[in-house]
Design a protein around this ligand. Structure first.
Ligand code: HEM
Length: 255
């Protein structure tokens, strides 16, 4: 949160210059405004304490899940606002938010690397502490999965307002640059979701194997099948149409 710093600093340099009063001015618990604004007391009390651990890797497990929920919450919020902006033809503003959604999904995908360091035998002990907890009930993922099809609908309407078929948006992209950029960003979002699902599947397979059943009774293989799902199928179908169109036009040109 520090701002306005210039040049290299040593540890001794870090801190206020002169007798500037930097005491907290925000309301709430915490000895500094950093702690008060970010509510670090509350945030850092949201993980089980060592005396409550079934296994010490619960901290790793909770940290990855809780931080993922935050990134997914941000992704859902940005995707919702992007939908609103597309409906108002604010295409470039929407594109900026969609770049954030893509980065959020990258964050949660990379966070899964940490769970490769959770040994399968240790995970069984962690699992005893999860009750009926299942990723299907992830509020962040559920919200995002609900919002993304609406983004697709907003894009379809924007395309209709422009009066251009999706194939032409790609064939004559320089005429429709903002809308084309948006189409590619939505493709990125869908792709990132698939990459998350693939990576999550491989983490699950590593922890409990591919033939096991999840806590709420879902076979792990079902997660494998979900990887094939597209939230925004038209943006993928158009690529096949472009192959056909290209071939047809090349044929018509006598090549
Ligand atoms: C060792 C780590 C993990 C294991 C063993 C695991 C296991 C599973 C299993 C077995 C399922 C199927 C549903 C069930 O029966 O429970 C599932 C679904 C799911 N999990 Fe995980 N999971 C892990 C990490 C994570 C993390 C870090 C997240 C981050 C939010 C997450 C989010 C989800 C979501 C969103 C689903 C629904 C998947 C979909 O709709 O494609 N999981 N998980």
């Amino acid at each position: 949160m520090s701002e306005g710093q210039t040049g290299a600093m040593s540890d001794e340099d870090a801190g206020p210059i002169g007798d500037q009063d930097t005491g907290p001015i925000l309301p709430g618990p915490g000895g500094s405004d950093y702690e008060r604004y970010l509510r670090t007391d509350e945030l850092l009390s949201l993980q089980k304490t060592p005396s409550d651990w079934a296994h010490r890797d619960e901290l790793l497990f909770q940290t990855v899940h809780q931080s993922s929920e935050l990134w997914l919450k941000l992704a859902g919020s940005e995707a919702t606002e992007a939908t609103r902006l597309i409906d108002q033809d604010g295409l470039l503003a929407a594109a900026r938010l969609l770049r954030r959604v893509v980065l959020c999904l990258r964050q949660v995908t990379e966070a899964l690397d940490m769970l490769d360091l959770l040994d399968p035998w240790d995970y069984h002990v962690v699992r005893t502490a999860l009750g009926h907890g299942s990723g299907f009930d992830s509020p962040g993922f559920r919200h995002l999965a609900r919002v993304i099809p609406g983004l697709g609908t907003a894009f379809d309407h924007a395309l209709q307002r422009t009066g251009v078929p999706l194939t032409d948006l790609y064939r004559r992209r320089s005429e429709f640059e903002p809308l084309h950029q948006l189409a590619e960003l939505l493709t990125d979002v869908d792709e990132r979701l698939r990459l998350w699902r693939f990576r999550h599947y491989s983490v699950v397979a590593r922890a409990i194997g591919e033939e096991s059943i999840g806590i709420q009774g879902t076979p792990v293989q079902v997660l494998g099948k979900l990887i094939g799902q597209r939230q925004l199928p038209k943006l993928w179908e158009v690529r096949s149409r472009l192959v056909e169109l290209f071939e047809a036009e090349r044929g018509a040109g006598g090549e």
